[in-house]
Design a protein around this ligand. Structure first.
Ligand SMILES: [Mg+2]
Length: 372
């Protein structure tokens, strides 16, 4: 079997010149083969930048678009192809967007392999530890605390036992942050696990400590990314001083960054995104590292059903893969892009049993939102 083409599909809901919220754009890759098997992958990144990393012509032997490196290769040789992509793009790749692009292709190669061997992807990854995975629902809060409480109450009615919110106005004004957390906690009661995501917006350790103090009455399970993940010492101090857990790492790529983060930031939970960190191949290495450091791994995931399927298969094959983020975005790219999404039932995501990643794209949705 040989790779014949790598197709990059950029999708976007708002017009190009308008603001775009998380989940409202996406980049999907389709890796085509001469045997008719097509693999699907995704990168949660800037679609235009990922497309450039894949389609770029050769500049020199360390600056090459990923597509030209893989045409004619056997897609089943995943580890060798991962190393080839990593090494031969390392001037413009190595971290960040170059690894996001590599992640999308790596996921598609695993999809091809699992279809070729006619097994669900998690079987190829090592076996099925569980049939379903607990999901925590992530939503973007409303600027009105009462409205945020209503969103959370509805999610509990839908079956969630664990919720997280962040984005929108959250993290910008201290008093409003406290009011939103208070309203959500009061709306869902004490039995629901609650975590908050600052996406770096609290900026400093001192502000984070002050906010954590003010939020103590609302019993948070974890505080995510209060400061940027570059501040390793800041994370280490917060992890030792906060009474709730500290989580982070969704922006990190490769085992090298995660090794440093695990060693120095000393967080309670690492959150690699399978569509950014280096794909399924690298996620396996990061999971193994997290085990060495006795640290929980809960994948980040807030994009389409392709990301979700890859993450769920991955977790099903991990001994401690028990919790997954589940987007509650109402972007059509989350709700409609995949015709057979992973099923959510009573707080759990069902592990798919069909061959490969098991995901089918809705061509009409692609047509409607496709940029190129
Ligand atoms: Mg986050």
């Amino acid at each position: 079997m040989k790779i014949t083409d790598i197709e990059v599909i950029q999708l976007r809901v708002p017009p190009l010149e308008a603001d775009c919220e998380w989940g409202e754009d996406a980049v999907i890759v389709r890796v085509h083969t001469d045997e008719g098997i097509v693999g699907l992958g995704e990168a949660d990144s800037s679609p235009a930048v990922v497309a450039a990393c894949i389609d770029a012509p050769q500049s020199n032997f360390y600056s090459q678009g990923l597509k030209r490196l893989l045409i004619g290769e056997n897609p089943l040789e995943i580890e060798r192809l991962w190393q080839k992509m990593y090494k031969d793009s390392n001037y413009m790749g190595r971290r960040g967007a170059g690894i996001h692009a590599l992640s999308a292709i790596d996921i598609a190669l695993w999809d091809i392999a699992a279809q070729f061997y006619a097994v669900p992807l998690h079987i190829l990854l090592g076996g099925r530890y569980r049939e379903r995975i607990a999901a925590y629902g992530t939503f973007i809060p409303d600027q009105d605390p009462a409205r945020s409480g209503e969103i959370a109450r509805q999610l509990v009615a839908d079956g969630y036992r664990s919720l997280k919110f962040g984005g929108g106005v959250f993290g910008v004004e201290a008093d409003r942050d406290v009011a939103i957390v208070k309203a959500v906690r009061e709306a869902v009661g004490q039995d629901i696990q609650l975590q908050i995501d600052l996406a770096g917006r609290w900026r400093t350790r001192a502000h984070t400590l002050e906010m954590a103090q003010r939020l103590t009455p609302y019993n948070l399970n974890w505080i995510e990314e209060p400061v940027l993940s570059d501040d390793l010492e800041g994370y280490a101090r917060l992890a030792s001083q906060l009474s709730c857990k500290v989580a982070g790492g969704e922006s990190l790529t490769t085992q090298w960054e995660f090794r440093q983060f695990l060693e120095q930031a000393q967080v309670d939970i690492v959150q690699p995104d399978i569509t950014r960190c280096g794909g399924i191949t690298e996620m396996k290495r990061i999971y193994n590292l997290a085990q060495l450091y006795s640290t929980e791994l809960v994948p980040h995931g807030f994009s389409t059903g392709v990301l979700l399927a890859a993450s769920v298969h991955f977790l099903a094959a991990c001994e401690f893969g028990t919790l997954m983020e589940y987007s509650r975005s109402n972007s059509p790219l989350f709700t409609d892009l995949v015709t057979n999404p992973i099923r959510f039932e009573e707080g759990y995501l069902q592990v798919p049993q069909g061959p490969g990643l098991g995901v089918v794209l809705d061509e009409a949705v692609i047509e409607r939102y496709r940029l190129s």
